[in-house]
Design a protein. Structure first.
Length: 187
């Protein structure tokens, strides 16, 4: 009898603990995909850049919604304008794809730069590539190299080869200048 009483007490404690966990989970996150999606829409419309970014991913990939690249682009740009670094990077990728059709790379470069200034390594890399491909003057090439150095320092693996290739093309004084530029704190 004593064992049964102890087991009953232990089981009751476990059931109460499990019920408390369920209650906490239900109050801290939307329940299910439909509720989460509704929450993203409400928060995105309210101007939340993180919700705009996450909802944009859903529209871009067609996850839980019909794929809609125009809606994804719009949401990325809305979040990007509020300073969301990942959204700025995605806005840059959309603008770069658009630029392939209309020849205007400046918009993509501006979005990449905004994201890169926040330390976003893929944006730093893409900016370095764009600047390298469009460099007309030595200072543009130095800037491209400095962004490649930053992306490498951030641990982005493909940036290492780009950085090494760019540095190999520079004189020692220009290599030193590119490294100095890459060491200036981001604003």
């Amino acid at each position: 009898m004593r064992v049964w009483g102890f087991l009953k007490f232990a089981l009751l404690g476990l059931m109460m603990f499990a019920a408390a966990d369920v209650a906490v989970a239900q109050t801290s996150a939307p329940a299910g995909y439909a509720e989460t999606l509704r929450w993203y829409h409400v928060q995105a419309e309210a101007g939340d850049p993180k919700a705009q970014f996450l909802l944009a991913i859903k529209y871009e990939t067609g996850t839980d919604v019909a794929q809609d690249m125009d809606k994804a682009r719009e949401l990325y740009i809305r979040a990007a304008r509020q300073g969301h670094a990942d959204a700025q990077f995605k806005a840059g990728t959309f603008a770069q794809a658009d630029a392939a059709r209309d020849g205007q790379l400046k918009v993509a470069q501006d979005w990449y730069r905004a994201s890169a200034l926040q330390g976003h390594a893929p944006a730093q890399y893409n900016l370095a590539v764009m600047l390298t491909n469009n460099a007309r003057e030595a200072d543009q090439f130095l800037e491209a190299t400095s962004w490649a150095i930053r992306a490498t320092r951030s641990g982005l693996e493909p940036a290492q080869a780009l950085q090494d290739g760019l540095l190999a093309r520079l004189s020692q004084s220009d290599r030193d200048e590119a490294r100095r530029l890459a060491s200036i704190p981001l604003q």
